[in-house]
Structure formats: C-alpha cells, structure tokens
Design a protein around this ligand. Structure first.
Ligand code: FMN
Length: 235
C-alpha cells in the first residue's frame, strides 16, 4: 500500500513538474519574445518615435516654407496701354507694391488710325470678334516667381482689348491672385473683368476689379490696393 501511495505521489509530482516546465517554457518564450521585440523594437521605435515627432515638425517646416515661399513670391503689374493713361496707373501700382512691371506690347503696334474708335478700324474690328487674339511681342520670364498679378487695361467697347485675353491664355495662373483694374473715358469696368476671369483656371484667386479715371492720384491707387491686397504684411 505504501508502495502504491509512493507510486501515485510520484506520478502526481511528475505531472506537476511537467506542467511547471511547460509554463516556464511558455514564460521564457514570452520573455524572449518581449526581449526580441524590444531588441528589434528599439531601433524601430527610435526612428518611429523620431518620425512621429519629426512628422509634425516636418509638416510645419513644409507649411512654413510654403508660407515663406508665398510671401517671397513677387508682385507683377501687367498692363496694356496705347495712349499712356493705364501705364501711369500701372506704374503707381508697381511702385506702391514694390512689384515688377510688364507691358503687353503687340507684335503689330496700333497706329492712331487703328485706335480711332467707331470708324470700323482695327481696334473696332478686334473688339467686335471675341475670338481674335492679337499676338504679343516678348513674354514674362519666370511667371512662377509671381504670386500676385495686377492686371491693368483700358476699356475698349466695354471690354478689355483682345490682346489682354491673349496674355491670360499664354500662361498658367493656377494658384495665383489676379487683381484687375481698368481705365476708360467714362464706362465702368462692367463685365470686362469677369470675362477675363473666365479665361483663367478655376484655382485662380480673382479679386474684384475697379475702373479708374485718368486723373487718379497715386494716393487713391494706394488706398485701393491696400483695400484689395492688404498692406505689405498681409501679402
Ligand atoms: C478702340 C477703343 C475703344 C474704346 N471704347 C471705350 C468705351 O467703350 N468706353 C469708354 O469709356 N472709353 C473707351 N475708350 C477710351 C479708353 O478706354 C480710354 O481712353 C483709356 O483710358 C485709354 O487707356 P490708355 O491711354 O492706357 O490706352 C476706347 C478707346 C479705344 C481706343
């Protein structure tokens, strides 16, 4: 009987040992797993943590660069003028904004006869056909460096001269701000600016334009530009 009890006791002890060994094995695997995960994880974690920390930092940097880039983008004052009225105001605008000035020069210059309106001359004919695109001599270098375009033109038969359409169709103004203004004998800006807007891509930020008379002062131009574009700090 004693022998039987000893045998049973040994069997029970054996089962417990086996069970313990199994647990230990599992526990060791878990520790190894943890260790190995930690060992592998550490280098992963460091760059990961670094990336996580650096990701927002990198984004912020990007945003700052973009913002700075936009801020650094220059202003270009583009104008078309045959008798000088629009040129004077465009020059004011460029001085006030510290921008570059670009004159749209036709490949074929307009003569006095061409400009005599309601005579059926060249300008009249062009304005009567909205598909006409008079060619431009020269081009804007590095249009990409400009973020804001001030676009100045005279009113011809209630619209911008067709050559202004040629100019707008020659470049990609995506993402740029365009601020139009015009001069005229008496007509308002009317639908001229909206029709020009229609020639640009959807992503152009097209601001409300204004018609100026020939006697407009530099101070009046400055007040208007500030109202449309803000002062230098906002641009
Ligand atoms: C062909 C032609 C058509 C014109 N049509 C108009 C017009 O519809 N309404 C108006 O008020 N002035 C009209 N004008 C006058 C000009 O808009 C005005 O003189 C303008 O200030 C000229 O600008 P610039 O000196 O920069 O060329 C026209 C001038 C020309 C040459």
């Amino acid at each position: 009987m004693k022998t039987l009890v000893r045998v049973i006791y040994s069997v029970i002890l054996g089962i417990e040992m086996a069970a313990l060994t199994g647990c230990a094995g599992t526990a060791a695997a878990e520790i190894r797993g943890k260790t190995s995960r930690a060992a592998v994880a550490e280098p992963e974690t460091l760059p990961g943590s670094f990336q996580e920390a650096s990701e927002p930092f990198a984004s912020t940097q990007d945003i700052m660069q973009e913002t700075d880039g936009d801020k650094n983008k220059k202003v270009l004052v583009v104008y078309f003028s045959c008798t000088g009225t629009t040129r004077t105001l465009a020059q004011y605008a460029a001085q006030i904004l510290g921008g570059d000035l670009y004159e749209i020069v036709p490949q074929e210059l307009y003569t006095e006869a061409d400009l005599a309106y309601y005579t059926g001359g060249r300008a009249d004919q062009e304005q009567n056909d909205e598909s006409v695109r008079p060619q431009i001599s020269g081009s804007v270098e590095q249009m990409d460096s400009y973020g804001t375009i001030v676009l100045a033109y005279p009113i011809w038969h209630g619209q911008a001269p067709r050559i202004v359409s040629t100019f707008l169709e020659n470049y990609d103004f995506s993402g740029k701000t365009i601020l139009p203004f015009c001069t005229s004998h008496s007509s308002g800006i009317g639908s001229s600016a909206e029709n020009l807007h229609g020639l640009c891509s959807d992503s152009v930020i097209w601001l409300d334009g204004k018609r100026f008379e020939s006697q407009t002062s530099r101070a009046e131009m400055e007040t208007w530009l500030e109202s449309q574009l803000g002062d230098g700090n906002e641009r």
